[in-house]
Design a protein around this ligand. Sequence first.
Ligand code: PEP
Ligand code: MN
Length: 343
Amino acid sequence: MVIVMTKNAPKESLERVLSEVRARGFTPHVSEGESRTLIGAIGPAPTEEVREQFAALPGVDTVMRISKPYKLASREFRHDDSTVTIGAPGRGAVRTGNGTFVVAAGPCGVETREQLNEAAAIVKRHGATVLRGGAYKPRTSPYSFQGLGQEGLRILEDARAATGLPIVTEVTAPELVETVASSADMLQIGARNTQNFALLAEVGKAGKPVLFKRGMSTSISEFLQAAEYVLSQGNPNVVLCERGIRTFETSTRFTLDVSAVPVLKELSHLPVWVDPSHAAGRRGLVPSLALASAAAGADGLIVEVHARPEEAKSDAAQQLDDAEFGQLMARLRGVVAALGKSL
Ligand code: PEP
Ligand code: MN
């Protein structure tokens, strides 16, 4: 249930409600809205009687049931859009979900120091504000390039120091969360791990924002329930990311579910990004999917960029080069401006 406090309810009333919530075996999650405070009480479905008792406490305006199987992720829990800050304040931190449009870009994988630095320079020069690059790569085949691991993290940290761009990188296993979280500004959960609940719970405790990819066969309800694993660990900083789903269509690598953008915005308060690169699978399609995503209301994009895509050790066909990325950013500026947003 959600307990909505009255406007300007005193702090003592809030404390009293929180202690009652705990005493009755629920876990409270406080959300400070523009004008009032909401308390999500997560636990077994409360009886009518319990809800009425909470409604009678001083400072309580209303008590509502959340009908969805996901609670903290739902618009019912939080009406206003939530914002997520990526990076350290004062050191190039970027906010998403606040009506701006964020572009994260960089290579699929960190391959060498030179390769990442070249890509970072391209990304920065064209105005993207977050640097991506996989140090740990979840590959379909065990014989494919698996990433540089710890060395990749060091290279990413150095690129951040040189460019000021916060970094997003994937974490693939619960035992790696601490290591990756100590380097990254944002932890990426890949499509192959959307329902890896042990990983999600660990990431929920890591204290870093999460870029949460939708699985290729995950329904939107399943996706939001999976996001709930992170949120319920006390980490509210989750960005949802549509990256294409499996359909009968074979002319693209995956089918970009553009409808997921407005649907997720309707059902959830969390920021929504799109990854057009993995959906498209080839560079020629990436700009159209990126522009469509922006027009559909996404809060940001994550795009693969490589100085020489033909040399890439993974996803060579879908990475944009310097000129292609520059052109995409210019076109995006037009679309984003038409929507009344800034890039
Ligand atoms: C990636 O972004 O590098 C990646 C592997 O994406 P996904 O998990 O969406 O396939
Ligand atoms: Mn990739």
